[in-house]
Design a protein around this ligand. Structure first.
Ligand SMILES: Cc1cc2nc3c(=O)[nH]c(=O)nc-3n(C[C@H](O)[C@H](O)[C@H](O)COP(=O)(O)OP(=O)(O)OC[C@H]3O[C@@H](n4cnc5c(N)ncnc54)[C@H](O)[C@@H]3O)c2cc1C
Length: 381
């Protein structure tokens, strides 16, 4: 039997790459090593949002390709991804923030995506439940929306399994052997697997896993928390776009028949899913100011998970040149779900040394070498 290709991390990214390696390249020996349960990492916290509004052209192209795959997902994978086009609306109170949104809009339009520019009065008319006091305008894209993270994950995992991919749950990678700058083996808490091709797809833990091979992968964990209310209508339509104030960082939207809200104020990097003691009160106060009827709602639960951030807020989708046979596909911040379908294919192509469908060279790990200029993604929510 041929040597296995080893994927470290059974999240949406690892599952998508595993499926694509098996289906596009007919590899018969792929193992996915997952220290906990498949999908239990950041993937379990994803709200399933997808958007075409970014400051980075590559990110928009990845959404376009991923949405094409989602549109065909049920016939290809047997799982309905429950796509709904409920939109993303970004709003701003500062002139330069609105200018940045307009620039994103121009970029999206150039790529064939329709994004509306709305003035404050238009926003108020369209979304009367929200108080746009002090907001000077925003952008709305109704090609943006949501899908079921669980259904898409399950689709990739099930299909990958039928193609022979093996998922080992409860299997933690604790070491890696290299020789002459080449990968030789992966060591787990249960056994040693000899291999010459390894993908690090360990989400927020990818920096730690990189260290096992002696390489620096600059990905850090940042905890995020979303508050979800009980079923709530009070004149708010059941389908509304997620409204994100880029200046206050407040995001308000729907999750089923409940409302969700969160903010994105900077926090220190930590693996602990711990939050300042005033987090809930602060976010509730912000949300009620913008959506006054939320004062009649009660929080049912919170959704917590780690964002995995690189210094320029773009992912690393790359071979690791220091060690032949080692690759990294991580650091997707708040958009790993929406890019997983397209990225799975791109990463499979990179690992098999084939030309990628989308030019992904700007996500190369080498961009963090000191003499290179990095362009940051400006729209992270
Ligand atoms: C609150 C929240 C909301 C979000 N909402 C959205 C959204 O609406 N849309 C969107 O596109 N994205 C969203 N995201 C981001 C998205 O969830 C992530 O970008 C995506 O899930 C990353 O997938 P992954 O496979 O890279 O990482 P993960 O899902 O974290 O998978 C990595 C896996 O690696 C495993 N692992 C780690 N170390 C080891 C080891 N040593 N050995 C074996 N296994 C290991 C972990 O257990 C984990 O299961 C959200 C994230 C959060 C936190």
């Amino acid at each position: 039997m041929e040597e296995p290709v080893v994927i470290i991390g059974g999240g949406i990214i690892g599952a998508s790459v595993a499926y694509n390696l098996a289906s596009l390249y007919s590899l018969s020996n792929i193992v996915v090593l997952e220290k906990s349960r498949v999908g239990s990492g950041s993937t379990s916290a994803s709200l399933g949002g997808f958007r075409h509004q970014f400051s980075d052209e590559t990110a928009i192209k990845l959404t376009v390709e991923s949405v094409k795959i989602l549109n065909e997902f049920e016939s290809s994978f047997g799982y309905d991804p429950l796509v709904r086009r409920d939109g993303y609306c970004f709003i701003a109170s500062k002139k330069d923030s609105l200018q940045a949104l307009e620039t994103n809009r121009a970029l999206a339009s150039r790529l064939g995506i329709d994004v509306e520019l709305l003035e404050d009065q238009e926003l108020q008319q369209r979304f009367p439940f929200y108080s746009f006091d002090g907001i000077i305008g925003g952008t709305l894209c109704m090609a943006d929306g949501h899908a079921s993270t669980l259904a898409v994950l399950q689709g990739y995992v099930s299909k990958a399994k039928t193609l022979g991919v093996q998922f080992y749950e409860g299997t933690e990678v604790i070491g890696m052997s290299t020789q002459n700058s080449e990968v030789r083996a992966v060591v787990t808490d249960q056994r040693k697997i000899e291999t010459s091709k390894v993908l690090i797809a360990a989400g927020a833990f990818s920096g730690l896993v990189g260290k096992l091979a002696g390489v620096d992968i600059p990905i850090k964990p940042y905890p995020r928390k979303i508050l979800v209310t009980h079923a709530f209508s009070d004149s708010i339509p059941i389908e509304i776009p997620i409204i994100v104030d880029v200046d206050s960082t407040l995001a308000v939207g729907r999750e089923g028949s409940g409302m969700i809200f969160a903010d994105n104020e900077p926090v220190d990097s930590t693996f602990e899913l711990s939050f300042p003691s005033d987090y809930d009160a602060r976010v509730i106060l912000k949300a009620v100011k913008r959506v006054p009827s939320l004062s009649n709602a009660s929080v049912a639960y919170s959704d917590e998970g780690l964002y995995e951030l690189t210094p320029d807020l773009n992912p690393i989708v790359s071979e690791i040149k220091e060690i032949c046979g080692l690759y990294c596909c991580s650091g997707f911040a708040g958009h790993g779900f929406m890019h997983a379908p397209a990225i799975g294919r791109v990463m499979a192509d990179i690992m098999m040394e084939q030309k990628t469908q989308i030019d992904i060279s700007k996500y190369d790990l080498e961009r963090f070498d000191s003499d290179k200029v990095q362009t940051s993604e400006r729209l992270i929510i």
